[in-house]
Design a protein around this ligand. Structure first.
Ligand code: ATP
Ligand code: MG
Length: 607
């Protein structure tokens, strides 16, 4: 989780806000206080100067009125000086008396005596005389100190006879104000420092529960529910901490319920024989169980997050939208030449109550066996109908020809009748073969087993073919001289051997040798019948035991074959507990092997 920067932390914010507020408050107080103080001090100062000036004005007016009658300016100056000196004090720098013609009559400062008799150009003086009212201002003296100058007109009766000019030392007031301001500033700094320190502690008590909760929330996000937030008090923070702890408990409980449900679901999914795939709402695989992986022959990391249609190999036919619409199931054909492999996929959409599609669940079921059976059944029915239709159409055309008058022709009629007869026989043979197979399929048969000596039994069948064979074929017998007693159903075994030998003759159009052999192993006798005939293409060797299979349809049909002979032979050998197989090379010949269970007789057992 993200770390909170120092200046962004709530703790620092608290302290900053706190300090700012105090600073603003103190600033306002300080400003108000300083300006009020300045105002009051100035007012007091000017008031006291003003009061004295009023008294001075009275005395000066008296002197001036008395001096009107003397022509001696010196005497007037002297008397005025005495009056002014009577008012000297620390805060008054200089006092001057100026007459209405702007001429300086007297000054309290000795060094400035030179200006007596001069015309004053001072603005304040001129202003007070012209406006006939007091004027004042603050200005700097030649040492750079602030002074307050005031000129007060001296009126006798209604006539202004001059003005009283006073320079007072106001700098002291400003120094006082500065000192007070300094004290205020120091006070502010000290109190701020103290409040900052206090603020840090106070803010800590407020933010500690918050940072506690933050830490615990981070731990919870990582799945650690064991810790509890400390409850510091019963204020809002305390209540929040209690609520937080309660929430943690609830979350932990629901988390563990979800987890156990998840585990249950996972174990159900993993132990299912059917494959299950789930997708997200965009059709990408989000979950797949092991059965589905092994059915699709893929690994989990390849499959996850890939589109479902490409995983199922149907991207050409269906996109995700189409798959959602499928209410039924579809067959997925992964068959190869060697191995049929068909999966059935059933789809169901996961939806919210609003109808919003959340994803798709696909259940895969290995349907190969079922599909194979279905296919075989369809093939079988079509084969049977085809096999029956061919002789029937042949017969119909011959019978039609006979009916239309061919019966009268003594030369053709017997030949036509012969054809219909052989076709009928073929059909009967076919139906009999089918009956045999169907009985064997439904296990509705008994083996009439008896003990026979196999060498003798085998020889007698070979003899029968040897006598009746029409081709130029030589029989070679490689049979053991010892007696081999086996328990077999002689009728059925005769059919097996008959079919194998007749095949060997049928499919050896150019003659050659037919070899018969028997070898004996521990528990089986191994019978071999081999020819030098046309052979069977390698890829079809296994299929010759399938029903209706014929390597060369036209040829074997011409030979009157139905393609059921070896299928029946296989069923019969299997029923005896043996096995049958073929080896062949195209153009070179074929060998059929079959085994029969055999128990080696101990010598002298019958003695
Ligand atoms: P049926 O035996 O019912 O009269 P069929 O001989 O055609 O008819 P199967 O005996 O089952 O049927 O033989 C199946 C096919 O196997 C034959 O059609 C033939 O193509 C092939 N086949 C069987 N034996 C040989 C053989 N010895 N040499 C060459 N091909 C053979
Ligand atoms: Mg045959």
């Amino acid at each position: 989780m993200q770390k909170v920067g120092f200046f962004r932390s709530i703790h620092v914010k608290f302290v900053l806000i706190y300090v700012m507020l105090i600073l603003i408050a103190m600033q306002i107080i300080g400003l108000y206080f300083a300006s009020e103080l300045e105002e009051t001090l100035k007012k007091n100062f000017t008031q006291s100067i003003d009061d004295r000036m009023n008294m001075m004005e009275f005395s000066v007016r008296e002197e001036m009125n008395n001096g009107k009658f003397t022509d001696d300016p010196k005497a007037l100056e002297e008397s005025l000086k005495n009056v002014l000196n009577g008012f000297t004090s620390e805060d008054i720098n200089e006092t001057r008396v100026i007459n209405s013609k702007y001429t300086v009559l007297a000054t309290s400062v000795l060094e400035n005596r030179s200006m007596i008799g001069q015309v004053s150009k001072d603005e304040i003086i001129r202003k007070s005389l012209t406006s006939e009212s007091p004027a004042d201002t603050i200005r700097l003296d030649n040492k750079g100190y602030r002074i307050w100058v005031r000129a007060m007109p001296i009126t006798s009766g209604k006539e202004v006879i001059g003005t009283l000019y006073v320079e007072s030392d106001i700098e002291k007031v400003f120094t006082q104000i500065d000192e007070v301001n300094e004290i205020l500033a120091v006070g502010t700094a000290v109190s701020l420092t103290i409040t900052v320190i206090l603020g840090i502690f106070i803010a800590q008590t407020m933010t500690r529960p918050i940072s506690d909760m933050r830490r615990h929330a981070q731990a919870m996000a990582k799945g650690n529910y064991s810790q509890k937030v400390h409850v510091y008090g019963n204020d809002e923070m305390g209540q929040l901490a209690i609520a937080f702890n309660h929430l943690t408990n609830q979350l932990q409980e629901s988390q563990s319920t979800t987890e156990s449900e998840r585990r249950k679901l996972a174990s159900v999914l993993e132990n299912m024989t059917d494959g299950v795939i789930a997708t997200d709402r965009k059709g990408r695989v989000s979950l797949i169980n092991d059965s589905a992986l092994s059915m699709l022959r893929m690994t989990r990391d390849i499959v996850l997050n890939r589109p479902i249609s490409s995983i199922l190999g149907v991207e050409q036919e269906y996109d995700f939208e189409d798959l959602i619409q499928i209410n039924d199931s579809i067959a997925l054909d992964f068959s190869t030449v060697e191995r049929p492999y068909i999966l059935r996929a059933t789809f169901s959409v996961t939806q919210r109550e609003t109808g919003f599609v959340n994803g798709l669940i696909v259940v895969l079921h290995d349907n190969t066996e079922q599909e194979k059976i279905d296919m075989e059944r369809r093939e079988f029915v079509s084969n049977v109908s085809h096999e029956l239709r061919t002789p029937l159409t042949t017969m119909r055309s011959y019978l039609e020809a006979l009916a239309e008058g061919a019966w009268k022709n003594e030369e053709i009629a017997p030949a036509f009748l012969h054809v219909t007869q052989t076709e009928t026989e073929r059909m009967i043979r076919l139906v009999n073969d089918l009956l045999k197979l169907s009985r064997m399929d439904s296990r509705d048969y008994d083996l009439n087993k008896e003990w026979v000596e196999f060498n003798h039994f085998f020889n007698s069948i070979i003899d029968r073919f040897d006598f009746s064979k029409s081709q130029d074929v030589r029989f070679q017998r490689l049979l053991p001289s010892t007696d081999l007693f086996v328990e077999i159903d002689t009728d059925k075994m005769t059919q097996v051997i008959d079919n194998i030998i007749s095949n060997a003759l049928k499919y050896s159009p150019n003659g050659g040798n037919v070899r018969f052999g028997i070898t004996v192993s521990d528990q089986f006798i191994n019978v071999m019948i081999s020819d030098d005939g046309m052979g069977i293409p390698k890829e079809n060797v296994k299929r010759i035991f399938d029903r209706f299979y014929r390597a060369d349809r036209a040829r074997s049909r011409a030979m009157g074959g139905t393609g059921l002979g070896l299928a029946i032979a296989r069923e019969m050998v299997m029923a005896h507990g043996g096995d049958i197989w073929a080896e062949s090379e195209e153009g070179r010949g074929t060998t059929i092997f079959f085994t029969l269970p055999f128990e080696q007789q101990e010598d002298g057992e019958w003695d």
